[in-house]
Design a protein around this ligand. Sequence first.
Ligand SMILES: Cc1cc2nc3c(=O)[nH]c(=O)nc-3n(C[C@H](O)[C@H](O)[C@H](O)COP(=O)(O)OP(=O)(O)OC[C@H]3O[C@@H](n4cnc5c(N)ncnc54)[C@H](O)[C@@H]3O)c2cc1C
Ligand code: FES
Ligand code: FES
Length: 475
Amino acid sequence: MWKTYILAANLDDALQALAEYGERARIVAGATDLMLELQRNVRPGVEVLIDVTRIPGLDDITLKDGWVHLGPGVLHSQAEVSPVLRQYGFPLAQASWGVGSPQIRNRGTIAGNLVTASPANDTIVPLMALGAQVTLRSAAGERTLPLSEFYTGVRRTVMQPDEMLTEIAFPAMQPDQRGVFLKMGLRKAQVISVVSVAVVLTLKDGVVQEARIALGAVAPTIIRAPEAEAYLKGRRLDEAAIAEAGRLAAEAARPIDDLRASAEYRRRMVGVLVRRALLRIAEGREAEDFPEKPPLLWGKTRPQPRPLPETVVLTENTPIRFRVNGREVSVKGGFRKSLLRMLREEAGFSGPKEACAEGECGACEVFMDGVAVLSCMVPAPRAYDTDIVTVEGLAQDGKLHAVQQAFVEAGAVQCGFCTPGFVMTAVKLLEEHPHPDRETIQEALSGNLCRCTGYYKIVRAVEKAAQATPPTEPE
Ligand SMILES: Cc1cc2nc3c(=O)[nH]c(=O)nc-3n(C[C@H](O)[C@H](O)[C@H](O)COP(=O)(O)OP(=O)(O)OC[C@H]3O[C@@H](n4cnc5c(N)ncnc54)[C@H](O)[C@@H]3O)c2cc1C
Ligand code: FES
Ligand code: FES
């Protein structure tokens, strides 16, 4: 694990630290990949983590000169609701919405997704179809290259140890362009893609002028389907053309057998997903299933990352100062731990629970600076000078929070191990959607697992708590 944790206050300090420590250092953004990589010793020799999530302005999504620009701090949860992306990069907004769970999307960044470079990573696929480029910066200079040239193999890129990915950009989709991203997994949430597909078409009077088809999880890197793309050019999206394009795209795939699917199944599913994507575009149904207002678990507005007056270098001997449930806490022993373990083992807050310790179950959920996050995936030093709320902080003046009371009344608790996480999710959900429909509740709870009560009573408890909330202005 890390020996030094640098909370960079600005980009220059981050790049200087990269230049100084080279291969011993690693940028950390949401840590939703890196925490597991470090725990599993996938990155031996990494001793210095350079956290860039407190640097102001890195999470901008802007439209300039016909290009969409994303900073390296853009979160999946920002992308899914960004008006710029919904209008000018729709397949990317869709892909971000499909990543993990709301809590994972509140920490995971698109840049982190690109750099991890797994062929199953979702946002690479639409960005490849959108013709994206990435900018890599070091203390010595900067270079911009097409995303297609960024990858050299499974989890391998051309990025050098002293470089940081500082921008992702792609040409804004024009009114004559349509696009869609589709993902197939073994369940609906918290799922690695078995196959994913992004299609971007330029159409004139119903005839395809240009087609871009990108395929995920079917080769060592994300690939395009050039024969299918060439075939579609000059054709209308009729049944025969859609079927043939699906067949040609399946031929482009080079999948492997693994525990999630056989190579043969994957190849067939490429054909199915490409056909579905083309049909959706032909029928104007790209946005089908995509919610207008997905639950984000931010509360009313997205709190900005708390900036730092200057870069902070933390080591084992530096106490980590933060606030829990409004109380100042200073902890010395938690430096190499997750926030969850620091809270439980060093600070005495046993409300957040450890079940999976890998971001899958939601039992460890807390609010960090107002946002619902999974504390098992947050490096403890990241909590320096933040406000943390745990389930212990919800009851006020000896009275349970309305959500806790509703869980009791609806019998939504059995062993209770998952309950703190569910309660935290419900509290955040009701802040942003005081009267959510059942679908929104189910989606909000998709990152929380219960192994005994079953979900009916939990959903009913959230509905009950919502009923107890006074009516508000229409959402
Ligand atoms: C439970 C769970 C579910 C998940 N579900 C999905 C899913 O459905 N789809 C999917 O695609 N992924 C999924 N992921 C993986 C992960 O959440 C994403 O890949 C996420 O986008 C990673 O972003 P991050 O900010 O957390 O990256 P980090 O973990 O902070 O970093 C990942 C890598 O990128 C490097 N890095 C980060 N930012 C930069 C930068 N600006 N410059 C240079 N290097 C950088 C880090 O050093 C590290 O090597 C899931 C993970 C978990 C734990
Ligand atoms: S998600 Fe953190 S313990 Fe399971
Ligand atoms: S009540 Fe036991 S895991 Fe949910």
